[in-house]
Write a protein that binds this ligand. Structure first.
Ligand code: SF4
Length: 373
């Protein structure tokens, strides 16, 4: 299959891993940003074929993981309202809040519907003028254009009963926060390919210049990731710090101009809390004043909701690359996908969920003598 098989070729992967070993002369810590990249790395065992000099740590790039618990609780409070149709992508239905999830609310009579595009929710609102239709708009820069389109369309068509619960986050301020932290270990980044396909690479060039850290925008297949690791290690070994683009088949420097314009028209930059990490200045998007009539947080009385996270969970350290899921004492014991304690096990895209799904579990790890640990 074109654009897939050639990026999963095991001989090419082995040659790249060997080349990385030849180039790396001392220890380097690299972070991949996207949850999709984390899943590829764990699924294909990329971290296990690298030379021991190169350590991969996992970044904060899972949108479901970093959606604050109180925002999920707000979604549930809105979905419980009698005249509401609450719409969401399917992956949000099982994400637990403090007390329940959307699937359980639906089984108890709430009108919760899965949609495949945010504009589907606008269509539902037009078909149900006596209901308030809310779409749960979460994600990184990748999903912002489709969400902006839905809000813009609702305003243009006068669909007053459509609103969006917005929890959008932006990647560059999170990289800034990771690099600014006193305990930071990350020396180079695999940048988020899908995000940069929308926003381009200019903000990453600014980060590279400000922090003197290499960022290689990478794709999601094993060969993409190994090429990105090689490019990053080459920069580090040569003392260079540049933004390079491994994912040229998808990412252009200027990004997608039409999508950027649409996002700028509907959203403005705001401070945003990240689950497991906390408030990061200028790391979110909120609806602009002229679109506030479609802002679910302004229309529903849900601001007072507060929550307390598990004190056993170290997902904040996992999301900042300071710990691995397997370092967590709760991993696989009191914390599992069906009963997650924290952000990175909540979503199937999270780092802890990836370790669980692909067998990096204490009960499955094989000890040197061939015995299960
Ligand atoms: S295994 Fe569970 S408790 Fe531990 S860091 Fe991951 S989500 Fe948190």
């Amino acid at each position: 299959m074109k654009y897939v098989d050639e990026y999963r070729n095991s001989k090419v992967a082995a040659a790249l891993a060997k080349r990385i070993g030849e180039v790396a002369s001392r220890p380097w810590v690299l972070m991949e940003i996207c949850g999709g990249q984390t899943h590829s790395i764990v699924r294909y065992g990329i971290d296990r074929i690298l030379p021991r000099e190169v350590e991969l740590v996992h970044g904060p790039g899972c949108p479901v993981c970093v959606t604050p618990l109180e925002t999920i609780d707000r979604a549930h409070a809105i979905a419980r309202e009698p005249d509401v149709i609450f719409t969401s992508f399917g992956d949000m239905l099982r994400v637990p809040g403090s007390a329940t999830d959307l699937l359980q609310l639906r089984s108890r009579g709430a009108d919760v519907r899965i949609v495949y595009a945010p504009t589907d929710a606008v269509a539902i609102a037009r078909e149900n003028p006596d209901k308030r239709v809310v779409f749960f708009g979460i994600g990184f820069e990748t999903t912002a254009p489709a969400n902006a389109l839905a809000v813009s369309q609702a305003r243009r068509l006068g669909v007053a009963n459509f609103s969006m619960l917005v929890s959008h986050v932006r990647v560059p301020p999170a990289i800034d926060a990771i690099l600014d932290a006193r305990d930071n270990r990350v020396q180079g980044f695999l940048g988020p390919g899908h995000v940069c396909a929308v926003v381009g690479t200019e903000e990453y060039e600014e980060l590279t210049a400000r922090h003197h850290v290499p960022i290689v925008i990478a794709g999601f297949e094993p060969i993409d990731l190994l090429e990105g690791i090689l490019m990053t290690v080459q920069q580090l070994e040569e003392g260079r710090a540049e933004t390079e683009n491994q994912y040229k088949r998808t990412v252009k420097r200027e990004g997608n101009a039409g999508a950027r314009r649409l996002v700028d028209e509907v959203f403005e930059v705001s401070d945003r809390k990240w689950r497991g990490i906390g408030l990061i200045p200028r790391s979110g998007l909120r609806l602009r004043e002229e679109y506030r009539a479609h802002d679910a947080e302004a229309l529903f009385d849900v601001q007072a909701i507060t929550t307390a996270e598990s004190t056993a969970c170290i997902s904040g350290l996992v999301l900042r690359g300071l710990k691995k899921p397997s370092d967590c004492p709760a991993f696989g014991k009191t914390c599992r996908p069906e009963q997650p304690l924290g952000a990175t096990m909540v979503s199937a895209e999270g780092a802890c969920a990836a370790y669980w799904q692909y067998g990096r579990r204490p009960d499955l790890e094989v000890a040197p003598g061939g015995e299960h640990a």
